[in-house]
Design a protein around this ligand. Sequence first.
Ligand SMILES: Nc1ncnc2c1ncn2[C@@H]1O[C@H](COP(=O)(O)OP(=O)(O)OP(=O)(O)O)[C@@H](O)[C@H]1O
Length: 133
Amino acid sequence: MEKTLILIKPDAVEKKLIGTIIKMYEENGLTIEDMYMCVPTEEILAKHYAEHIERDFYKGLVEFMMSGKIVAVLASGENAVSLVRKINGATNPKKADPCTIRYLYGSGVQMNAVHGSAVIEDAIREIEIWFGN
Ligand SMILES: Nc1ncnc2c1ncn2[C@@H]1O[C@H](COP(=O)(O)OP(=O)(O)OP(=O)(O)O)[C@@H](O)[C@H]1O
């Protein structure tokens, strides 16, 4: 069964949306295999967002991600990676399809409530970062 990594970001935790968001994944057929809360360190975020380190939004993104608790979620299911991306919606909540998490609960390009691995290779790498072996 395919696995993927979800992060419920600090904006969504602050808005008390953990249960609502987890329910949306479960109702769409995904299984929650493991999860925990933490305030992420700069080190783990540097690994997770390695592809964005040179971008001008990187510093602000890391500050936002460290601004409160997040929930790291290991989910599984058929086509879990693409299914989670579909449930999450486009990066920019204003461009996301209605009924997606980001459309419903995102408040901007940065504060967009959730992260989901983009492709299977990223999922493997990100699961290793957040959950180890
Ligand atoms: N222009 C931007 N300004 C501020 N933050 C941004 C911008 N672009 C992306 N981000 C932040 O960086 C994250 C990763 O960007 P990416 O382009 O990989 O988007 P994504 O694949 O839709 O999101 P994610 O990887 O979190 O699921 C986004 O979810 C968002 O929080």
